[in-house]
Ligand binder design. Structure first.
Ligand code: PEP
Ligand code: MN
Length: 453
């Protein structure tokens, strides 16, 4: 479509995008210089979009399939991406891990796996306290690289508007490399699966060897039957992040010339965190006005009425694939907390997509002082998620995990049996603990078993 054909947006649509400014808002930094923020808004609003509205629409269709049990969503990546962490090696390792997991899940689920990185924009973090105190010194909390520096110094912790532009450029180079990897041959299923074979042959993971062998045979069968692996080399890969920092999300939201409707062009998928999902506040209002599929994180205190109100606000037209509920209940709570929620939405004509985040309800502090999670609790929450869906008769539609492709030691347990002392050897996260490469694959094999059950 040429710009001459562009559809003029409704003035109310445009005005609605500013409505959040009049509403209560949480988890935003106190920028030192209002004028500098205005300049950043203007500059960012002129930058090219990172994703195209047509891709966002296609993702919505994919998520509708997942909500219906015809696909399965895999979302994963760092808790907090960092600017320094946006290296080729790092990005490659995360994409590789997600592709490896997705092959195992595809086999387990016997449906397409929708692949999505918690990547290329996951730079802003909600915090439980506005400040942090160390040895008697109190400074602003670290809110992610797009706001301030992790370094515990007065200058470091000062929110800096220039970081928003750096966040955009870092996201742009990340998504560029992700697109190159996922369309340039790196995602060839035969290659990716051969990496899993090595994992399953390791004595610590021998229990997965049979599943890996079955996948081998399936790949060979496809080859023999004439599947065109050259076409299968390109995979659809989406990106999503928490839509938290309004000074990034608003300027990245643009009117699509094809439809006259607003799309947040910083990512395909945007989710609202557990801490900012209040119905009458800024984040929910803003997200209700953009066309991207929206996720909402739900903790264990969520009620059926909350869900209905969120669905009415975020998906009033009951559009398939529009709304994803990402539950993060905690392993000890999910079996009691989730079934009533599933039941409350079960009779809706258009169902939300249900995804489990088995990470955020299972945080603990080790005796050595590290923020960590037990691999066994993560697995238990995933199992509880599948049990709840079996009990109610709904579709378990996906999994949302914090992971890295690297060999870090941040979560306890797994086949390498990382213990409390082991945590300190390679703890690299600036925020929440992530599954390492091996733990991620192990989780994928376990989920594949559940999907086949
Ligand atoms: C997160 O996903 O890193 C996060 C903060 O999650 P939640 O909103 O579920 O606490
Ligand atoms: Mn996190």
């Amino acid at each position: 479509m040429t710009s001459d054909d562009a559809i003029t947006p409704d003035p109310e649509t445009i005005a609605g995008l500013e409505r959040w400014r009049e509403l209560p808002i949480r988890q935003q930094p106190e920028w030192p210089d209002a004028e500098a923020i205005e300049r950043v808004h203007r500059e960012l609003a002129l930058m090219p979009p990172l994703v195209f509205a047509g891709e966002v629409d296609r993702l919505r269709q994919r998520l509708a399939q997942a909500a219906d049990g015809q696909a399965f969503l895999l979302q994963g990546g760092d808790c907090a991406e960092t600017f320094a962490g946006a290296t080729a090696d790092n990005i490659r390792a995360r994409v590789r891990t997600l592709l490896q997991m997705s092959i195992v899940l595809t086999y387990g689920a016997s449906v397409p796996v929708v692949k999505m990185g918690r990547m290329a924009g996951q730079f802003a973090k909600p915090r439980s306290k506005d400040t942090e105190t160390r040895e008697g010194v109190t400074l602003p909390a670290y809110r992610g690289d797009i706001v301030n520096d992790y370094a515990f110094t007065e200058g470091g912790r000062q929110p800096d508007p220039a970081r928003i532009l750096r966040g955009y450029h870092t996201a742009a180079s990340t998504i560029n490399l992700v697109r190159a990897f996922t369309t340039g041959g790196f995602a060839d299923m035969r290659e990716v699966h051969s990496w899993n074979r090595g994992f399953a042959a390791n004595p610590a993971n021998a229990r997965y060897e049979q599943l890996a062998t079955e996948i081998d045979r399936a790949v060979r069968f496809m080859e023999a039957a004439g599947a065109n692996f050259d076409e299968l080399r390109d995979v659809e890969f989406y990106v999503g992040h928490e839509g938290l920092l309004m000074d990034y999300e608003r300027p990245m939201t643009r009117i699509d010339s094809r439809t006259g409707l607003p799309y947040n062009t910083s990512a395909h998928f945007i989710w609202i965190g557990e801490r900012t999902r209040q119905l009458d506040e800024a984040h929910v209002d803003f997200c209700s006005r953009i066309r991207n599929p929206i996720g909402v994180k739900l903790g264990p205190t969520t009620t059926p009425d909350d869900l209905k109100a969120l669905a009415d606000k975020l998906n009033p037209d009951r559009e398939p694939g529009r709304l994803t509920f990402i539950t993060r209940m905690g392993a000890g709570k999910i079996r009691a907390a989730l079934p009533p929620l599933l039941a409350a939405m079960k009779d809706e004509e258009v169902k939300p997509l249900w995804v489990t985040d088995p990470m955020h309800g299972n945080g603990i502090t080790s005796s050595t002082g590290y923020k960590t999670r037990r691999f066994d609790d993560i697995v238990d929450e995933v199992k509880g998620f599948f049990e709840a869906h079996r009990e109610v008769g709904t579709h378990p539609g996906g999994i949302h995990v914090e992971l890295t492709g690297d060999d870090v030691t941040e979560c306890l347990g797994g086949s390498e049996q990382i213990d409390e002392l082991g945590l300190e050897s390679r703890y690299a996260s600036l925020c929440d603990p992530r599954l390492n490469h091996m733990q991620s694959l192990e989780l994928a094999f376990l989920v594949a078993e559940e999907l086949r059950a």
